[in-house]
Design a protein around this ligand. Structure first.
Ligand code: SF4
Length: 250
């Protein structure tokens, strides 16, 4: 994904705060159909209601047979880009996920499928690729190690996901990550580090959202992320990468 513009850190910060003049915030939300298939999760991310530590959440999962069917209506409406995501649900082992990918690719000719189900081992990604997966989205959450640690328990390592993404690209998968505006303890400098990481990674897809405090989490009383800053960030990323896919409404 070629860079059309390579701003310095101070320019990034100013663009996030003041906006990017003359640049449209073009997103690809309408081109994608997104399906969340399980709220079970073995993870413990402090911002997420799906954390296994949230005992109040009523958990639901689609069956392996139901997941491919979840895309039928969207396909019939002409949507060909699918985004399948969910918690790190141990029920869906390598074989089940690979079968789901295979089914989706068989049923929906010409579709492009991205998957996001958290951290996996190399053999999982290899199996997904062989089953026909087009892309994998791994949210790095924060490129600043100290900040990452404020959002996660000791089970998650700051740069693990950042280091996992380039090998996925080398394997032949398209890759994606995300930037969230307004995380607790985030500063404009930290956001600039996320943008710098994006420029280094050159992903195919990026999710740019604004922080939404979720009930039952450590951060439920923190303020929402700033929508204007989110739009500014979309404009900046679009200016840097004219061809990247940007999703904003996951
Ligand atoms: S962010 Fe993902 S891995 Fe972390 S708790 Fe939520 S669903 Fe699980």
């Amino acid at each position: 994904m070629a860079l059309a513009y390579r701003p310095e850190k101070e320019e990034i910060i100013q663009s996030i705060i003041n906006g990017v003049k003359g640049q449209e915030a073009i997103v690809d939300d309408d081109a994608f159909f997104c399906l969340d298939y399980t709220s079970f999760c073995s993870g413990t991310c402090l911002y997420c209601a799906k954390s296994r530590n949230n005992w109040d959440l009523k958990r639901e999962r689609m069956s392996p047979e139901e997941v491919p069917e979840g895309f039928r209506e969207a396909y019939e409406k002409g949507i060909r880009k699918f985004f399948l995501y969910g918690g790190a649900d141990l029920y869906f082992d390598r074989e089940k996920v690979s079968d789901i990918i295979r089914r989706i690719k068989e049923i929906y000719t010409g579709c492009e499928l991205y998957l996001a189900v958290g951290e996996k081992v190399f053999e999982d990604f290899q199996a997904y690729l062989e089953a026909g997966l087009d892309g994998y989205v791994l949210f790095h959450r924060s490129a600043n190690a100290d900040h990452f640690c404020k959002l996660h328990t000791l089970e998650s390592y700051p740069d693990f996901r950042m280091k996992m993404l380039p090998p996925l690209k080398q394997m032949g998968l398209k890759i994606g990550t995300g930037i969230t505006v307004g995380w607790p303890y985030q500063t404009a400098e930290i956001l600039a580090e996320d943008v710098a990481f994006l420029m280094e990674l050159e992903p195919d897809l990026v999710v740019i959202d604004a922080f939404r405090p979720e009930e039952g989490t450590e951060f439920e009383s923190f303020p929402k992320g700033d929508r204007k800053q989110q739009e500014n960030l979309v404009k900046l990323v679009r200016k840097i990468f004219p061809d990247i896919r940007i999703l904003t409404h996951l």
